[in-house]
Design a protein around this ligand. Structure first.
Ligand SMILES: Nc1ncnc2c1ncn2[C@@H]1O[C@H](COP(=O)(O)OP(=O)(O)O)[C@@H](O)[C@H]1O
Ligand SMILES: [Mg+2]
Length: 245
């Protein structure tokens, strides 16, 4: 394996423990971000440092349509759902303390240069369909092109899952090309596994990050997905985030 490939794999397999244990050092602010979204490094030792995004709860702007809890916790809930049932489309994300208090800390992903994210997002690529399914599960209201991170030809990760998990159906995304399609066999198994996980331990895990009503609503979305497949855009709600980039 050459060094580049090795480095890439390293980038996406940082464990939650690695994100929690090191010192969090702030290096700057992401200027196009809407909340206090900071860029920094986790330093476990001189040799072991890696970049992260840090979103302190104290820097969150209140949102009228997401009055409960905080965005940072939803970012962690999205990571846990992604990891538990094999979507694997969210960089490792934890809730931890930092220089501006407790917040979400997520591994920074270097995206592949010279990729056309708009073309990828509108394609039928497996990783995009995977992301579309994940977004239905978490009821994502903010899947814009800038929240799609192509890592290599087959791996696509997503970021900014703070405004998700609402009890009402509010899916807002730039990926609608699968609307009306049934789940394939693999997807059906995955969603059935998700349903089992939610009944077994998932509900107890997620209650640290979401409300009861949000977890119940996710269970209902899962049942609906199995019955009717990928949903169509809502008629009473803008179906595409603005701006879409
Ligand atoms: N983990 C990450 N890896 C790589 N880029 C990221 C990551 N998280 C955010 N970004 C980049 O930073 C931008 C702003 O971050 P985002 O999470 O969207 O913040 P905000 O909640 O303030 O909108 C994103 O659009 C994306 O380009
Ligand atoms: Mg954003």
């Amino acid at each position: 394996m050459d060094i580049f490939v090795h480095a890439l794999i390293e980038t996406i397999v940082r464990s939650e423990a690695e994100l929690i244990s090191g010192e969090l050092i702030i290096e700057g602010r992401l200027i196009d971000a809407s909340n206090a979204t900071l860029y920094g490094v986790i330093k476990n030792s001189i040799e072991d440092q890696f970049p992260v995004v840090y979103k302190p709860i104290a820097g969150e702007r209140p949102l009228w349509d997401f009055p409960d809890g905080n965005l940072a916790s939803r970012e962690v809930a999205a990571f846990l759902v992604s990891k538990e049932v094999g979507f694997n489309c969210v960089p490792t994300t934890v809730l931890r303390d930092g220089p501006f208090g407790v917040g979400a800390v997520q591994e920074w992903i270097d995206i592949k240069d010279d990729t056309d994210v708009i073309a990828i997002a509108q394609s039928n690529a497996r990783a995009i369909r995977n992301m579309a399914l994940f977004d239905v599960v978490i009821n994502n209201t903010d899947r814009k092109f800038g929240h799609i991170l192509p890592v290599d030809d087959t791996t696509i990760l997503g970021c900014d899952h703070g405004v998700a998990f609402h009890e009402e159906f509010k899916l807002r995304t730039v990926i609608w090309q699968f609307a009306g399609e049934e789940l394939n066999e693999t997807e059906r198994h995955q969603i059935e596994n998700l349903s089992r996980w939610l009944e077994d331990v998932g509900g107890d895990v997620l209650i640290s990050f979401l409300t009861d009503a949000e977890i119940t609503a996710m269970r209902e979305r899962v049942i609906q997905l199995l019955q009717t497949g990928f949903p169509y855009p809502s008629q009473d709600w803008p179906a595409i985030p603005w701006p879409p980039v």
